[in-house]
Write a protein that binds this ligand. Sequence first.
Ligand code: G3I
Length: 379
Amino acid sequence: MKLKRIILLLLTVMFSFSYGEVFAKDGNSLKKALKNKFLIGVSVNTRQSSGKDVAAVEVVKKNFNSIVAENCMKSSVIHPKENKYNFTQADEFVSFGESNQMAIIGHCLIWHSQLAPWFCVDKNGNNVSPEVLKKRMKDHITTIVKRYKGRIKGWDVVNEAIEDNGAYRKTKFYEILGEEYIPLAFQYAHEADPNAELYYNDYSMAQPGRREAVVKMVNDLKRRGIRIDAVGMQGHIGMDYPKISEFEKSMLAFAGTGVKIMITELDLTVIPSPNPNVGAEVSASFEYKKEMNPYPDGLPEEVSKAWTERMNDFFRLFLKHHNLITRVTLWGVADQNSWRNDWPMRGRTDYPLLFDRNYQPKPVVDLIIKEAEKNKISF
Ligand code: G3I
């Protein structure tokens, strides 16, 4: 009888300890709960990495253990002219991550968008020769990667090079160098910082065509002995796309090549898309229409509930495969920071992130924490 009571007491103490950790309001945080699963990251803008957006900085410090630069490392910002680099914002971003002991991710070395206008053309606007472009790519990658050597955990080396149907995107890099620009970029990055991790990052990764093409690309790099550590699956998702089963299929296909998976750029839009092609094609643009902005003053209860469930379902998938995943990164801190409010139609009100416009955690944050803590209380 006595023994039974002692066991009961012990179980109660263990149970309340674990649950206490989950629900204790102030002790709660995503990074604590997910500590043994994967890094939990967030993209920061320059108002955040410079410390100006104080409320956002608090959220970042408390909940995230990894950051990625939303814009300040893109070529048009960091390398606006051939002989001019602008490191001010990127330096600030890296210092912010270091002073908060975060895993710092560089985004992105080679991307056709936000590309510095001089990069691929001569003074007359004509494409440069393959040799000139190789030299420019090498200078760009070497200068940036070496500057932050040992301080950046990993780089998105090439961003968004494949189309939905699996074809190579017809960028200037592709026009001038063909497929070879990808292995070259990885090689230059590895030479500049042999210890940095190197990633390929793209959106709509659940599309079968892109899935196959990325698997082939990764296998080709590996066969040639070129370093690639992970595939970044951008998580720009909607309420009815992609199918979770297709997303999972892609996770398993990429992991099957021997690299790790990163869920990068996660945000779940809840407003209608005027765009039949739902990925994250930055160039898509539509004129503002009031009826395409249905929730300017807040989400109706049932929409909010559906959003919570879907976001939670994705996190359940990530937790299920946590042994394949090294990082999950949100694309923005709080809803008002999200690019989704202006794409592909400016001036709308979207609700895609884990923290609301008052920097408060949404209900899904508690659900994610609970899910991550589950095995601790399954005695
Ligand atoms: O810096 C200028 C500022 O000087 C000017 O006053 C302002 C006026 O609009 O524009 C500012 O630049 C904007 C920049 O974000 C910084 O806010 C650009 O117009 C705007 O196009 C740019 O958008 C970014 C977009 O990439 C452009 O490529 C988004 O913030 C950023 O979230 C988004 O991120 C991309 C990833 O890098 C790659 N995957 C897709 C993802 C979403 O598009």
